[in-house]
Design a protein around this ligand. Structure first.
Ligand code: NAD
Length: 249
């Protein structure tokens, strides 16, 4: 399938695995040239794969220069890279709070500010930030992760307001629990009673995990020309978990 992404260039952070890899595949199918920043870019199927840790500002700047040199600019940025954290507020020390917030929240600001000159110069500029159902659902034993994803939603709206007049659209997706290597790792950690596959499936009203491809479809919609008047929104991809209150009838 080739559609409205022909001639556009994209950068996907965390594009080596799971949701990011599905986004890379989808944007390339639709005609975009796609670069990836990932701490572990082995085996990435992209036009340019760079070993960049989004918590390292020098590496981000150098990587962005490489992308711009190779593609002649940048039109679309997907801030997808993120890390998890378990437990209540006491489970992680200050260093771990700083590390997770630095990747999940500051990482988005860091990569986006490096991309801004190129996005500003693009005739079609958009950013999609990957948040999570954890931003709003009040999930138990996910305090730090939920705080970080809540911040992603606030940051996305603030960025959308700051750059709308520059022609840069900024939106967020909020996935429910998705079938990715991340969740595979969680499911293999038998010491966490919250994490059982059947429990994760049944807490989503449509009764299953979300697929990485479904999230990639939402990202591609928001990133692409079909959403050209949409900015500042959060699109839930969670089988109804955020919006539906199912009562027994
Ligand atoms: P994943 O672990 O399969 O992939 C994450 C990728 O990000 C990996 O390739 C990893 O190497 C990369 N990465 C991690 N830290 C990085 C850093 N500092 N710099 C650069 N790259 C880094 O995870 P996933 O499930 O595909 O999750 C992707 C995003 O989706 C994350 O932001 C996550 O919070 C979010 N999300 C996931 C789920 C889910 O259930 N899987 C649900 C909601 C939101």
């Amino acid at each position: 399938m080739v559609s409205g992404f022909v001639g556009l260039t994209a950068l996907v952070t965390g594009g080596a695995s799971g949701i990011g890899a599905a986004v890379v595949a989808r944007l390339r199918e639709e005609g975009a040239r796609v670069a990836v920043f990932d701490i572990n870019p082995e085996g990435v199927r992209a036009d340019l794969a760079l070993a960049v840790d989004i918590s390292d500002d020098d590496a981000v700047r150098a990587g962005m220069l490489r992308v711009a040199e190779m593609f002649g600019g940048l039109d679309i940025l997907v801030n997808n890279a993120g890390v998890g954290a378990r437990g209540d507020i006491s489970a992680n020390d200050d260093a771990e709070w700083a590390r997770v917030l630095d990747i999940n929240v500051v990482g988005i600001a860091r990569v986006t500010r490096s991309a801004l000159p190129y996005l500003h110069a693009s005739h079609f500029a958009s950013v999609v930030n990957v948040a999570s159902i954890a931003a709003t659902a009040g999930l138990p034993q996910r305090a730090l992760y939920s705080a970080s994803k809540g911040a992603v939603l606030g940051l996305s709206r603030a960025m959308a307001a700051d750059y709308v007049r520059l022609g840069i659209r900024i939106n967020a997706v909020a996935p429910g629990t998705a079938d990715t290597p991340w969740v595979g790792r969680l499911l293999s950690e038998a010491d966490d009673p919250i994490v059982e596959r059947s429990a994760l499936e049944s807490r989503q009203p449509h009764g299953r995990l979300v697929t990485a491809e479904e999230i990639a479809d939402a990202v591609a919609y928001l990133a692409g020309p079909r959403a050209s008047s949409t900015t500042g929104i959060t699109l839930a991809v969670d089988g109804g978990m955020a919006e539906l209150r199912l009562a027994a009838v």
